[in-house]
Design a protein around this ligand. Structure first.
Ligand code: APR
Length: 320
């Protein structure tokens, strides 16, 4: 059986890390695409030269034309400009919307059967625009945010409780931004929900609130430290979990920016919700019960994503 082909549109920090992980996990052959001359070619050659040492068989190539991504099974999009210190994800909107238009058209022309994962920020608005520009079915286009936000939440919780990250599950829903909604009630240590752990005295509500805020600010914390770019290791790992679930039909339940058509009372928008990813793409959108503050937080987050979509529509009226 032929190997899977995975196209990475954007060969920057995240794109290079994605290629490395795909090689190490032998998920398929990689094509790195970028407008920057020499970058996709140089990174793919460097990665290919690591393969004999690492012991993986995967073709790595670089291209600057969309023909190179032809027939890809999965396309992961990181093309665009990352956040700089002091810049919000929303500041990126105008620049990255234009990038989504060219990427969407390139995917439509050369890889229309692919499962597409978008990482470019501001995520929920960009994946929505990418789906429209590409014309691909909505269940084949998803955004990576919730896996990353939940992973950050899990890491901070594991640190607080002094337990393995493997035994912490967490759910972060809503838009990928300052209004994201980490859900304590649906987050657990070995199945014990966080509110119960507070009652048991293992942590305090105050500490939990601080962890939730740190999760919301997780992207900005890394930007503040790096100063010249944004996070790339954890975002790449998160997108790979989604790609792997599709390619291996694992049917993992992952929080992702997914297209909604009535679920949660919303239509024609992308926002972070739990979904099942399998060989059919987004096979199910799971509607969980949100109560009180959770519902208010989710509604607020939806409002901020809608604002970004409106800003996109003002720039590109054909998206309306
Ligand atoms: N087509 C293809 N590639 C493009 C285009 C385009 N129209 N415009 C920019 N690029 C490329 C850049 O040349 C660069 O190599 O996208 C790459 C982005 O890489 P980095 O700047 O290193 O950014 P990275 O850290 O990988 O983040 C990528 O993810 O977190 C989000 O908002 C962030 O949009 C950013 C994206």
């Amino acid at each position: 059986m032929a190997r899977n082909k995975i196209a990475l549109v954007g060969a920057g920090q995240i794109g290079g890390t994605l290629a490395h992980l795909i090689g190490l996990k032998e998920l398929g052959d990689v094509v790195l695409f970028d407008i920057a001359d020499g970058i996709p070619q140089g990174k793919s050659l460097d990665l290919a030269e690591s393969s004999p040492v690492e012991g993986f068989d995967a073709a790595m190539s670089g291209t600057q034309t969309y023909e190179g991504i032809a027939g890809a099974d999965v396309v992961i999009v990181t093309a665009g400009v990352p956040r700089k210190p002091g810049m919000s994800r929303d500041d990126l909107l105008g620049i990255n919307l234009k990038v989504m238009e060219s990427v969407g058209k390139g995917i439509a022309a050369h890889a229309p059967d692919a499962f597409v994962i978008c990482i470019t920020n501001p995520l929920d608005a960009m994946v929505w625009a990418l789906q429209k520009f590409s014309g691909l079915p909505a269940h084949k286009v998803v955004g990576m945010a919730g896996v990353l936000d939940s992973s950050r939440f899990r890491y901070f919780l594991a640190e607080e409780f002094g337990v393995s990250v493997e035994d912490v599950t967490a759910f972060v829903l809503g838009g990928h931004g300052d209004t994201m909604v980490p859900l304590a009630r649906y987050s657990t240590v070995a199945g014990i929900p966080l509110p119960d752990l507070v009652k048991m005295g293992w942590t305090t509500q105050d500490k939990l609130d601080r962890i939730i805020q740190r999760t919301r600010d997780g992207g900005a914390e890394i930007v503040g430290l790096l100063k010249t770019g944004s996070a790339f290791y954890a975002p790449a790992s998160s997108a790979i979990a989604m790609a792997e679930s599709y390619l291996k039909d694992k049917k993992r339940v992952l929080p992702c920016a997914a297209h909604l058509s009535g679920q949660y009372g919303l239509t024609d928008m992308y926002v972070g919700v739990p979904i099942v990813i399998g060989a059919g793409g987004v096979e199910k959108v799971i509607e969980i019960d949100l109560q009180g503050e959770e519902k208010a937080g989710f509604d607020k987050s939806v409002g901020s994503v809608t604002g970004l979509m409106d800003a996109c529509k003002a720039i590109k009226p054909e998206l309306a």
